[in-house]
Write a protein that binds this ligand. Structure first.
Ligand code: GLV
Ligand code: MG
Length: 327
C-alpha cells in the first residue's frame, strides 16, 4: 500500500439510483415508495425551462411531506452555466436541506465548479444550523469534466460519488451515436477471414474508456463510481448487460431512468450467493495458507495470493453491507 491512505466516502448502498423529474408530483410520490437505494429528484434535463420554478416547489413539498426513509435522497440541480443553478441551491437547501442527503452537480467541468456550490451550501447550512452535512455527487458528462476528473473528485470533502452521464458525454465529445448508453454497431472490428473465408463483426463497448477513467478517479479518492442512464426502457436485457459490464469495471450501481430498471440494478449490483461462497472459500484457503506459513496456494487449480484476499473482501464486505442495511 502507499503511505497515502485514501479516506472513503460514507458507505451507502447505491446499486440503483432512480431519476425522478421534479415536474411530476405523481412520480415523486411513487419514488418515495419504490425500491431504489437512491433517488435523485431532478431539476435539470428532465424538466422544461418553464417548469423549473414549479418543479422546485414540488420537490421541496415532496421532501417535507413524503416519507423517504430507507432511501438516500438527492436533488439534481441545474448546471453552473445556467441562472437556475443558484436558485436551485438556495431554495432547496434553505427549505428542505435537512431532508436531503446529497446534491447532484451535473456537467461538472472543473474543481472550481464544486468549490462554488460548496461555498453556497456551506453558508446556507451554517445559517440554518443544520447538523447533517450534505454530500455531493458529480456527473462526469463533458470532455472538460473527463479531462479534470481527478481534480473534481478531490474538490470537496462533501464528495461521495462520480456518475458517468453517457448522453451528455456523447454530445460533448461529438460521438456519432444517438442512443443513450447502449452499444453501437459501428464500434466494432472485423475478424480476419477463417479457413472458409468467413469474417465476423465483433462489437466493442464504446464506453469502456470513459467509465474506466471515471472509476479510477473515484476509487483513488474514496468515492463511489456509478454508471449513468440506459435509454431503451423496453430492453431489460440490454440494461442488464450494460449494468453487468459496469459492475465488472468497478461501478457500484447504475441509474434507473424508469422504475422498471430499479430491481434490475439492485439484482446486478448485489453479489450472487455463488460469488460470495467462492469469495469465502478464497478467504478460508488463504487463512489456512497463512497458518502454514505460505503466501500463495492453489484453489480449484488456480493460484491465489494476498491480492485475492482483497478481491474476495470486495464481495464479502458488500454482502455484509447489504445484509446490514436491508436487515
Ligand atoms: C445524464 O445526465 C446524461 O447526460 O447521460
Ligand atoms: Mg446529462
Amino acid at each position: 500500500m502507499s503511505f497515502t491512505i485514501v479516506e472513503q466516502a460514507p458507505a451507502r448502498l447505491n446499486r440503483s439510483e432512480l431519476a425522478v423529474p421534479g415536474s411530476n408530483t405523481k412520480f415523486l410520490e411513487r419514488a418515495a415508495q419504490g425500491s431504489a437505494d437512491m433517488v435523485f429528484l431532478d431539476l435539470e434535463d428532465a424538466v422544461a425551462p418553464d417548469d423549473k420554478p414549479q418543479a422546485r416547489k414540488n420537490i421541496i413539498q415532496a421532501l417535507n411531506d413524503l416519507d423517504w426513509s430507507g432511501k438516500t435522497v438527492s436533488v439534481r440541480i441545474n448546471g453552473l452555466d445556467t441562472h437556475y443553478c443558484y436558485r436551485d441551491v438556495v431554495d432547496i437547501v434553505e427549505q428542505a436541506g435537512d431532508k436531503i442527503d446529497l446534491i447532484m452537480i451535473p456537467k461538472a467541468g472543473t474543481a472550481a465548479d464544486i468549490y462554488a456550490i460548496d461555498m453556497l451550501v456551506t453558508q446556507i447550512e451554517a445559517a440554518k444550523g443544520f447538523k447533517k452535512r450534505i454530500g455531493f455527487e458529480m456527473i462526469i458528462e463533458t470532455a472538460l469534466g473527463m479531462m479534470n476528473v481527478d481534480a473534481i473528485a478531490a474538490a470537496s470533502p462533501r464528495n461521495e460519488s462520480l456518475h458517468f452521464g453517457v448522453a451528455d458525454y456523447a454530445a460533448s465529445t461529438k460521438a456519432r451515436t444517438t442512443n443513450i448508453g447502449g452499444p453501437n454497431a459501428d464500434y466494432a472490428v472485423l475478424t480476419d477471414p477463417d479457413a472458409d473465408g468467413k469474417r465476423e463483426v465483433h462489437w466493442g463497448d464504446m464506453w469502456h474508456y470513459p467509465i474506466t477513467r471515471m472509476v479510477i478517479a473515484a476509487r483513488a479518492h474514496g468515492l463511489r463510481p456509478i454508471d449513468g442512464p440506459f435509454g431503451d426502457i423496453k430492453d431489460p436485457d440490454g440494461y442488464v448487460a450494460q449494468a453487468r459490464r459496469a459492475a465488472v469495471l468497478g461501478c457500484e450501481g447504475k441509474w434507473a431512468i424508469h422504475p422498471t430498471q430499479v430491481d434490475l440494478a439492485n439484482e446486478v449490483f448485489s453479489p450472487s450467493e455463488k460469488e460470495v461462497t467462492k469469495a469465502k472459500a478464497i478467504l478460508d484457503a488463504m487463512r489456512k495458507a497463512h497458518a502454514e506459513g505460505r503466501g500463495a496456494v492453489t484453489l480449484d487449480g488456480k493460484l491465489i495470493d494476498n491480492a485475492s484476499i482483497k478481491q474476495a473482501h470486495v464481495l464479502v464486505d458488500l454482502a455484509l453491507q447489504l445484509a446490514t442495511v436491508k436487515g
